[in-house]
Design a protein around this ligand. Structure first.
Ligand SMILES: [Mn+2]
Length: 424
């Protein structure tokens, strides 16, 4: 899709300059006692999953404006994910959404294998009705008052596990739209009891080596209350469901200005952090590109993750979850994958011994300066060198644009209608 020869030709233009920048940064880091090659190795081994739905144009509840060459089905999506991986070498896995991505597992494995991709967490969908579905989710799914509707939602999640088993996935993420739109509409307690019973049934169906992630979200589509509204409720769920259950943190699913890095620390402390959906937000669940609004917050989240590295059983799952409404989704996902790696690399530069000392001395100024010193260090040469050495592009966006990929696939893939409401 992106010929290796094009990547090589593009890289040749800036390889010398990159080496100079990398050596210079290496020298500066060595004065701080940091080995740049150790950081580069860690960055090179850090991968983030692409959600299959991320490569299509997103939309809002007002409209969706599709771009040229939109993927028509999961096989087109895997091709686009392959392009992102070939350029960034940071996105080796794809997270599928059922039923949107339903196809024979052997075909999925074959298509992913051609792109050098594997499958990450499975995602179920009980927030919209599918054609021919017996029971509607208009008033809920796993927490619905009607037992047969709940059972239908349970059966769907178990089907997702079965598909995932055939694909080599090891986790199921459950996000539900259940909640209420008006005070008094539901009994909070009974609704939550029904949800927990349904999640217990799903958890029982998990293979021994699988995990289940519950994803909290404060509001939307339910606008008065949601069943899994915040990390506190999410933690209760993970506790109730037992050792296979963990909390998933989507950065956009909190009230504005909430201290997400502290939530992350709490969940790590009690062994219940399952993973992330990375994105960014200005006002609500904006699903903007990761690091585009508040890169310091992203860094602070990674600061907690790096501090917990090596903790027994600590293997959180990392995925992007964004809506690309005005950009080429491939470009947004490339930039976002790099933003996540940048936050990780910066967090690796934090002098943790010094930080602990400043904390012990109640030296607030030097403690926070220690974090800022790491954040302000330009780690781009590390990221670019890791990419180039893995066969990726020094400048993935420039190489992608030089490839003409979007124009080529636009000829093959017919334009998608812009009618209808947007769905993320
Ligand atoms: Mn999410």
């Amino acid at each position: 899709m992106i010929p290796a020869s094009l990547i090589d030709t593009q890289n040749a233009k800036t390889a010398r300059a990159l080496q100079t920048d990398y050596d210079s940064l290496g020298e500066r880091l060595s004065r701080r006692g940091v080995d740049i090659s150790a950081i580069k190795t860690k960055v090179a081994n850090y991968g983030i999953a692409i959600p299959s739905w991320g490569v299509g144009s997103g939309g809002t509840r007002f409209a969706r404006f599709p771009g040229p060459g939109e993927p028509r089905h999961i096989f087109d999506k895997l091709q686009d994910c392959g392009v992102i991986q070939s350029l960034t070498r940071a996105t080796p896995t794809v997270s599928l959404h059922i039923p949107w991505d339903k196809a024979p597992p052997a075909d999925l494995l074959g298509a992913a294998g051609e792109q050098g991709l594997e499958f990450d967490t499975m995602n179920s969908n009980t927030f919209q009705d599918q054609p021919g579905q017996a029971h509607s989710y208009k008033f809920g799914s796993l927490s619905h008052k009607d037992k047969s509707t709940r059972q239908q939602a349970i059966d769907h999640n178990i089907e997702c596990i079965e598909i995932g088993k055939a694909l080599g996935s090891k986790a199921l993420t459950v996000w539900i739209g259940d909640g209420s739109n008006f005070p008094g509409q539901t009994d909070f307690t009974k609704q939550f009891e029904r949800y927990l019973d349904a999640m217990r049934a799903i958890t029982t169906a998990l293979p021994d080596d699988w995990r289940i992630f519950s994803e909290h979200k404060m509001y939307e589509p339910a606008f008065y209350s949601t069943v899994v509204q915040d990390w506190g409720t999410n933690y209760l769920i993970a506790q109730e469901l037992g050792p296979k259950a963990f909390c998933l943190v989507d950065l956009g699913h909190h009230a504005p200005n909430v201290n997400i890095e502290m939530i992350v620390a709490r969940l790590i402390q009690f062994g219940k952090l399952g993973g992330f959906h990375f994105n960014d937000s200005k006002y609500g669940d904006d699903d903007l590109d990761t690091g585009s609004i508040d890169p310091y917050r992203l860094f602070l989240v990674f600061n907690e993750l790096v501090a917990a590295e090596g903790k027994p059983g600590f293997t959180p799952s990392h995925m992007l979850d964004q809506s690309h409404n005005v950009t080429d989704p491939i470009e947004s996902l490339i930039v976002s994958a790099m933003a996540v790696r940048r936050a990780y690399a910066s967090a690796l530069l934090v002098d943790r011994t010094a930080l602990a000392g400043f904390q012990d001395d109640n030296d607030a100024l030097m403690a926070t300066t220690t974090l800022q010193t790491a954040f302000r260090t330009d780690v781009e040469p590390i990221l670019a060198m890791a990419r180039m050495e893995a066969g990726g592009a020094i400048d993935p966006i420039a190489t992608y644009r030089a490839s003409g990929y979007r124009a080529q696939i636009a000829k093959i893939r017919p334009a998608v209608s812009g009618a209808g409401g947007g769905i993320v």
